[in-house]
Design a protein around this ligand. Structure first.
Ligand code: B3K
Ligand code: ZN
Length: 896
């Protein structure tokens, strides 16, 4: 396998100014005529033109209308005899490809009788020979021809400029994109689709047509996506002054898609999962995800499309920035300060349960990687979520207005260019010359170059005589593959100090004349630094890393009593939640170290793992008269098994599972009356509305029902399972229906089976709901090893299709990646299942297979016998000779 290195970047030897593509669409054999205007890059020594191509049948190559000699080398089409000089050359390449056989879903493929494309990162080369790299930007004209009855709708990027009929029932359409773009943003769609349409007028008075295309029958599920798009357009204009630059903006949904969605210029293509929603089929979480993914793809129109990446190592330039933008958007849409905090907590939870393990494992890489074998393996939580945190830190260091000024400068400098992460940081710093970011810019950029999660140790000392409090912060970062030694980072730490009664203290640093508020940001740049606060009358309770101001692991010496104070009083909702999570974690880790708990077929053990003081504190949160339901639900939700496991040096996954299950039962039993109160108080009658307040109430009442069913199952009581079953039958929205079904499945009650059956019958024609049905069964708590046989049986279900990524993820990924207690079996049968599925998927779709391959990333942390069994499973996969580069890179790194 060939390694691509960032340091080897060289500008392209040729530019492609314009491309005229014409397609004769046919599932078995599509003919593609590519006429491009190519010229030598005068800044680069003369060399042959090497065009990328993959799985293409080449029929003809013409240069300025004449036949020419060419050769093939490692899949590339090489033209050695192009005229010298800087005159443009007309190059004409005629190829064919087979969309119906394209199971990788990269390039041109067919989904349910409709043509779609996916070109990012390197899919365009599967459509035609091209300089398939993001720094080559061209003007596109696209002509589509196809059978009119089978493919009535013909779409590509930009504006529809002409269309007409052909003989034999065929028709054609021509599209011109007014903007230059890299080829990864090319798209076409052809098929039987219908659209919801909306005309809007921008602040500047320009008119635009918005369209959401779906299959006939799904039109009643497009309202929320359209509203989300309109909100995103309005937000980007209001917050950053970035308008829609197209007359027409289209979203098209397909049920066969490798990831969430794709920001093709003016023609976004989406996984149906992030478009289709109505009250009957989508949960509150689905509604929120649709809002954020629609916004994310729309925001790429500026951060990604107008300014794109110089090379794929710069991927976080567009992805980190665009995730940051969609997170800010969702917070603004959430409205109230506490709803914003809920969104922040959810985002941090993703970062810590997915990105921190990645940063500590074999696939660890910097936000701007140095090398890759398969770029598709680097669309990671590090590039996306950690990248977004790096942008957020910049905003913290320059202030919100300073950040907006930085964005303006970034576009003024780089609109229409393909640039680097450094260019972005430089623009933000240059717009804020007096900021901490500008002062520390070279050091700050280590966030782009160094992998690994830094640790910050905080030690506080109160000096009674001096009435001062000195906080010493010390940073370090563990080695990661290829990076044994790390230099110090720039670490903004937002903090506050509370007195013992929980009141916020004014914050005055030694040397200052007056206090500066009750929350402020310290900037740690040295390996170790001390900060002294004056006028402090008693030992304070520090509230550090408020809002999770930096993606680090904080190690402080907070006592249980101090954490209880923060849980009860901190004005920073993030740290309030965090205090509860830390107390639960402490109890869990202590129990894992000392007990030999195991779950059995009869359910979790009844054990007192959480101290009474914590149970009481959690009860007070649950019963609190002012706190929002959504926030309560987050506080009362136990940390995930995978997050608990990350805190341990050596992981016995069964013990982690048993302890978490026992904590769940303990909370269910100890707070039984409170759960009943919560259930009764948080019903949301009336028409379904997906807003954060209603969604929070449903989340909390679903958690309550889950706990009540768990307690009932333990006590042999039938009332709550009966209520849950009733709700599965009669609920009028998916959030409540699925919440009730989940409660039954999670409690292991015998009503779960008929409820699942009923649910399937109700939704057999709704693929996205059937995905939920598979996922729920695959992620059910394991009691005596029953989950794997169920998953194996579901593989044979007539509704299961391995070729459909959503379905593969719903069953196989849910089991292997989302159910550690069931997956990490002592008999290694879970790992056997994993290796079989990785190989089966790899033969169909390497990109999806490589994601699944990462389920064993953290195998080195496992205790025996899991560790040896996991290594054997990895070795079994690695031993196959016909493996894709995608999977080989992942298992190779895991075994290294
Ligand atoms: N840019 C695409 C992801 C493409 C993934 C290619 N393997 C979607 C997004 O991040 O918005
Ligand atoms: Zn993106």
């Amino acid at each position: 396998a060939t390694v691509t290195r960032r340091e080897d970047y060289a500008p392209p030897p040729f530019w492609i100014d314009s491309v005229d593509l014409s397609f004769d669409l046919d599932p078995a054999k599509t003919r593609v005529l590519n006429r491009m205007r190519v010229r030598r890059n005068p800044d680069v020594p003369a060399q042959p033109l090497r065009l990328d191509g993959e799985e293409l049948n080449l029929a003809r190559v013409l240069v300025n209308g004449q036949g020419t000699s060419f050769k093939m080398d490692a899949g590339q089409l090489v033209l050695e005899n192009l005229p010298a000089g800087s005159e443009p050359v007309e190059l004409e390449i005629f190829t064919t490809c087979a969309p119906a056989k394209n199971t990788r879903l990269m390039g041109l493929y067919v989904s349910e009788g409709t043509f779609f494309t996916q070109c990012e990162a390197e899919g365009f080369r599967r459509i035609t020979y091209f300089l398939d790299r993001p720094d080559v930007m061209a003007s596109y004209t696209v002509t589509l021809r196809a059978d009119k009855a089978a493919y009535p709708v013909l779409l590509s990027n930009g504006n529809l400029v002409a269309q007409g009929e052909l003989e034999d029932g065929r028709h054609w359409a021509q599209w011109v994109d007014p903007h230059k773009k890299p080829c990864y943003l090319f798209a076409l769609v052809a098929g039987k689709l219908v659209a919801r349409e909306q005309r809007i007028r921008s602040r500047a008075g320009t008119e635009h047509l918005l369209q959401v295309y779906v299959r006939p029958g799904d039109l009643d599920k497009t309202e929320h996506a359209m509203h989300s798009l309109m909100a995103a357009i309005a937000w980007d204009e209001a917050r950053f002054g970035l308008p829609l630059d197209l007359e027409r903006f289209m979203i098209v949904a397909t049920s066969d898609f490798n990831m969430g969605a794709m920001e093709n210029k003016g023609l976004n293509i989406f996984n149906t999962k992030f478009v289709l929603a109505n009250a009957a089929t989508a949960t509150d979480a689905d509604y929120a995800n649709i809002e954020s993914v629609v916004a994310h793809e729309y925001f790429h129109n500026w951060t990604g499309n107008r300014v794109t990446c110089r090379d794929w190592f710069q991927l976080s330039l567009k992805e980190g920035l665009t995730v940051f933008r969609d997170q800010e958007f969702s917070q603004d849409m959430a409205g109230s300060p506490s709803a914003r905090a809920v969104k922040r907590i959810e985002d941090v939870r993703v970062l810590r349960t997915a990105q921190f393990p990645e940063d500590a494992g074999p696939m660890a890489h910097p936000v701007r990687p140095d090398s890759y074998i398969e770029i598709n393996n680097f669309y990671t939580v590090t590039i996306y979520e950690k990248g977004a945190e790096v942008v957020r830190m910049m905003q913290t260091l320059v202030g919100r207005e300073g950040f907006d000024a930085g964005m303006k400068l970034y576009f003024a400098r780089h609109d229409g260019q393909a640039v680097t992460c450094e260019d972005f940081a430089q623009a933000i710093a240059d717009a804020n010359p007096a900021s901490a970011l500008a002062r520390h810019l070279p050091q700050f950029k280590r966030w782009y170059s160094q992998a690994g999660t830094p640790r910050v140790r905080a030690q506080g000392a109160w000096d009674a005589a001096a009435r001062s409090y000195t906080l010493t912060l010390t940073q370090s970062c563990p080695p990661t593959p290829g990076q044994p030694h790390k230099e110090p980072f720039v670490i903004p730490i937002e903090l506050g100090l509370l007195d013992a009664a929980g009141h916020a203290l004014p914050l005055q640093l030694a040397g200052e004349d007056a206090p500066h508020g009750t929350t402020r940001t310290l900037v740690l740049t040295e390996p170790s630094q001390s900060f002294t606060f004056v006028d402090i009358d008693a030992a304070p309770v520090p509230s550090l890393l408020r809002g999770f101001s930096t993606p680090v692991i904080l190690e402080d010496e907070a006592s249980d009593a101090q954490l209880l104070t923060l849980l009860a009083h901190d004005t920073d909702p993030f740290n309030r939640w965090e205090a509860g999570q830390r107390l639960v974690l402490r109890a869990a880790i202590a129990a894992i170290a000392t007990s030999a708990l195991q779950t059995s077929a009869s359910g979790p053990l009844d054990a007192q793992i959480l101290p009474t003081s914590l149970v009481q504190a959690l009860r007070e949160v649950l019963r609190h008269p002012q706190l929002d339901a959504a926030f309560k639900e987050l506080v009362l939700t136990l940390p995930a098994e995978s997050y608990i496991a990350e805190q341990l040096d050596e992981v016995d996954p069964q013990r982690v599972h048993a302890v978490r299950e026992a904590m769940r039962l303990q909370l269910a039993l100890a707070l039984q009356a409170d759960w009943q109160w919560a259930w009764e108080q948080h019903q949301t009658p009336g028409a379904y509305r997906p807003d954060p307040v209603c969604a929070g109430r449903r989340a909390l009442s679903n958690l309550a029902l889950h706990m009540l069913c768990l307690a009932a199952q333990h006590q042999g009581d039938q009332v709550w399972p009966g209520k849950a079953y009733q709700r599965v039958k009669t609920a009028t929205n998916m959030s409540e229906r699925f919440g009730a079904l989940s409660a039954l499945v999670a409690s292991g009650h015998e009503l779960a089976a008929p409820a699942l059956e009923r649910f399937h019958a109700l939704f057999k024609d709704e693929p996205l709901v059937i995905d939920k049905w598979f996922a729920l069964q695959a992620s059910a708590p394991d009691r005596g090893g029953q989950v794997l046989p169920i998953v194996r049986r579901l593989l044979q279900h007539p509704d299961f299709h391995l070729t459909n990524p959503n379905r593969a993820r719903s069953l196989i990924f849910s089991y292997c990646m989302n159910n550690p207690g069931a997956f990490h079996r002592a008999d290694a049968a879970g790992y056997q299942f994993w290796s079989e599925r990785v190989l089966a998927l790899d033969a169909i779709n390497p990109q999806v297979a490589a994601r699944l391959a990462r389920a064993l990333d953290r195998w080195k942390k496992l205790a025996e016998p899991w560790r040896s069994a996991a290594r054997e499973a990895l070795a079994r996969v690695a031993a196959k000779s016909e493996l894709s580069a995608d999977v080989r890179e992942v298992v190779g790194r895991a075994l290294a």
